[in-house]
Ligand binder design. Sequence first.
Ligand code: C2E
Ligand code: MG
Ligand code: MG
Ligand code: MG
Length: 286
Amino acid sequence: HAKHAGRNRFAFFTEKMQATSTRALTLSNALHDALEQNEFSLHYQPQVSLISGKVIGAEALIRWHSKKLGHVSPGEFIPLAEESGQILAIGEWVVRTAVRQIQQWIEAGITPVRIAVNLSSAQFQVGDLPKTTIKILNEYRIPVEYLELELTERIVAKDPEHTVIILESLQELGIRTSIDDFGTGYSSLSYLQRFSVYKLKIDQSFVRNMTTNTNDQVIIGTIILLAQQLGMTTIAEGVETKAQLDMLNNIGCDDIQGYYISRPIPAEAFKKAYLENKQRIIAVDD
Ligand code: C2E
Ligand code: MG
Ligand code: MG
Ligand code: MG
């Protein structure tokens, strides 16, 4: 009986493992020519200042609509692109597309906002990130202040010494950087102090239950104090309710981003809603 159960359990696991790797293989194959096939796009999610109540930036988030497989989320395909090395080409496409978008807005007579793009570890490790970024900005004649680069604590932790050097040269070039999903990884405090980083992005996992969970409130409050001590600004991710917004405002968070304001949306919709009309979009107490 035990033997039988064991065999079934084994069969169950291999089937599941096989299903997972089949999906991964199918995705990897489709990913292979996704760039050529023009299957990627960027959506933009507004970032709002709690001081002015105005949109001060946007995060660009990649979207993949595969002709074969339909919509695939970045949470699923980015790790595969990282494994295969395709993330380098995709990452450059993301920066180029965001910068080209800024140029299109400027040419249409619209004042853009700063666009933040997400970086993967490989983009930080190989090649010359500061040089390639500046090259793209120059190509489209876009001032450095319109671009921001987001890196995660995981990237930082991989090689802190290297990170310090890259962050310094990005800062010298005037390119702003932020640490994404802050609080979820292992940021060595001694390194954090040496990082020329402009902004900490408080991870959405702390924001989610903050109105009822005092631990999360304490963590968020501590991150904000830390940022203030280090001369960095803070933005909270995943803000979905007015109650979260009010509490973040009370504890001194600078900016917010989340479904309460807007989901990530296509460039055209972003332009209509947030660039053509630059009014306050949330009420703030002065
Ligand atoms: P992230 O950079 O931390 O982006 C935030 C994610 O949270 C996005 O998911 C966004 O749509 C979602 N989000 C925003 N506001 C809310 C909210 O109020 N509630 C909830 N529940 N979610 C919210 P998305 O677009 O699926 O991206 C997932 C992750 O994939 C990103 O996390 C980022 O790590 C990665 N990613 C996305 N685009 C790129 C890219 O161009 N390059 C790289 N390397 N990674 C990317
Ligand atoms: Mg991000
Ligand atoms: Mg994040
Ligand atoms: Mg995240």
